[in-house]
Structures are given as C-alpha cells and as structure tokens.
Design a protein around this ligand. Structure first.
Ligand code: AHM
Ligand code: MG
Length: 299
C-alpha cells in the first residue's frame, strides 16, 4: 500500500473542518438565494454559503492549484500549476440541496484531480463526500481503498470561531456487499427511455427501493447494503441530470474502489471525455453484476 498523499490528506482535513460549520449554518439558509448556477438551477442560500466556505478552506491548502465548483462558472486559481505538483479540487458544495426544505439528507462531493479541468475521471487521485445524515460522515477513497469516517466538532479544543474537528475512521476498507439489497432511480418514470423502464421493472422485483433525492445519501445506501443507483438518461434530457466533474466522476471513483462499477450506459464513467466543466452525464453505479445487466439492457 502506498503512503497517503499529504495534499489529499490536507484536502480532506479542510473539507472535514468545514462540515460542522456548514451543518450549523443550514437552519437559516433554506430559502432561494435569487440566483441560478451555471447548470441553470436555482441556488439556495445554503448552496452559496457552503461554496464560499469550501472555496476559502480549499484555496488555502498548499498543493491545491485550482478550486472548481458546481456553483461557479470559472475555476478559482489557488496558485501552483495543476498537473505539475498541484491538484484541482472539484466540489459540489451541497449535493441534494433541494432536500433542505424537507429536512432530508444532503452532502458535499469532492474530487481531487491531477489535471486541469475539464479532465476525465482517470485523472482523479482521490474522491469522497460528506454526508449530512443523523451523523456527519465522510467517505474518502484513494488508491489504497475506501474509508468511512465520523466527523465531529471537538468542543475540547479550538474556540467558538474555529472549533477543532475530529475525523474517526469507523470502517477502513469499505467494500460493496456481494448480495445487493437496494436500488434508487432518479427522474420521472414517463421520462425514462423504454429500455431503462424495462430494466427497472426487473430490478423492482429483486431489490428494495431506497430513493431520497440526494445522490450522496442514495449512493451511501448502495455502498452500505449493495445495489444500484441511477440518474438515467431521460427521453428529453439524454445527458441526464448529474454533472460529470462534480458528481459522476467522484462517485464512480469511490464505488469502483469499493469493488463496484459505474457507467454512462456504454462507457465506464471514468473514461467519459468531457467537453466542458459543467457537462452532464447519465450515471448508473453499484454492484458490478447489476451494472453489467443494465448495460446489456440499454444496448
Ligand atoms: P444538486 O447538486 O443541485 O442538489 O442536484 C443533484 C441532485 C442529486 O443529489 C440527486 O440525485 C438528484 O439531484 C435528484 O434529482 P430529482 O430531485 O430530480 O430526483
Ligand atoms: Mg449535486
């Protein structure tokens, strides 16, 4: 096993350090901010707050050369040449933020790329996500595997402005269970292509539905219980909804390191060539056997 990459460690320290602050700020930020993001979606005050906090924390990390966010048109230059010793960090600051109104799970998705964006997922050196559930957890994946940590503000250290944060590993080698139990598919059934609907009808007979409207929460169900998550190509939106750089690539990297598979329907997600940083892509991810069957069904 290779030694941990110190830049990657610092990136996840910085992300973990923002988590209690983001969580504490959410109750007052459930309203629209009045702006749209580069994907044309309306942005909540919570999205903007998390984006600002993560931008400040990550651009301050030595070895982060560029901060790229789902909420920003352009990358923020953080100094240091990406691909020549410095990394580009891609962030979805609050994935599933429409769940803020209904008080359901959401999270922060992180991709650490050794290349300027847009790049393929093969340039990821690490990826992870924070999940704001009843417990704040952080999944971290790199070459050595996938870990689950519990992130907590530690009142014993730090002060009110900058509480110290502890990261405790609770699972040091997360693997998808061999016997899958759950599935979650996004979009409306009438908007699904027929081939995907036929596949879904089979899966409904085999697995239990677990869909919460936040990719991080739904993928965490798949990592925990085994199964398949999809935000499929839709008839009127063949690229689906999720963004390649900020959502699909990091999730594909994590699930593949945990022994699973990820595809856009034809190609491994990590091989999808982006044209722009905000490109969307259909995402089907989970146990290998289920993803292979899906690919055959869509052929
Ligand atoms: P967001 O990052 O703007 O919140 O959008 C992505 C989210 C995913 O977390 C989730 O899988 C999907 O959108 C849910 O979409 P829908 O509400 O259409 O089911
Ligand atoms: Mg998202």
């Amino acid at each position: 096993m290779s030694d941990p990459d110190p830049i990657v460690e610092s990136v996840f320290d910085a992300v973990a350090a923002t988590a209690p602050e983001i969580r504490a700020a959410l109750p007052g930020r459930r309203v629209e901010s009045g702006t749209d993001n580069p994907s044309g979606e309306s942005v909540l005050a919570g999205d903007l707050y998390a984006d600002e906090l993560l931008a400040d924390a990550l651009t301050a990390v030595d070895g982060v050369g560029s901060f790229v966010s789902e909420e920003r048109e352009a990358a923020v230059d953080a100094g240091g040449a990406v691909g020549e010793g410095a990394y580009a960090v891609a962030i979805d600051p609050l994935d599933g933020s429409s769940n803020l109104r209904s008080n359901n799970a959401m999270g922060t998705v992180v991709g650490v790329y050794d290349a300027p964006l847009p790049a393929t997922g093969r340039d990821l050196v690490a990826a992870g996500y924070v999940l704001y559930g009843p417990i704040t957890t952080m999944i971290v994946a790199d070459d050595s595997g996938v870990r689950e940590e519990v992130v907590e503000a530690d009142p014993a250290v730090g002060d009110d402005d900058a509480p110290a944060v502890s990261r405790s590993v609770v699972e040091d080698d997360l693997r998808l269970p061999d016997d899958p139990l759950v599935y979650g598919f996004g979009g409306r059934v009438p908007d699904w292509p027929d081939a995907f609907t036929a596949y879904a009808r089979e899966i409904e007979d085999e697995l239990k539905l677990r869909y919460g409207g936040a990719m991080v929460g739904d993928v965490n169900q798949v990592l925990t219980y085994g199964g398949i998550f999809a935000y499929p190509a839709l008839v009127d939106a063949p690229e689906g909804k999720l963004r390649l750089s900020f959502e699909a690539n990091p999730i594909a990297y994590i699930v593949e390191r945990a022994g699973g598979a990820a595809t856009d329907g034809e190609t491994d997600i990590l091989d999808v060539e982006p044209e722009g940083v905000h490109d969307r892509v259909p995402l089907y991810v989970g146990n290998e056997g289920l993803v292979e069957r899906l690919q055959s069904a869509l052929d």
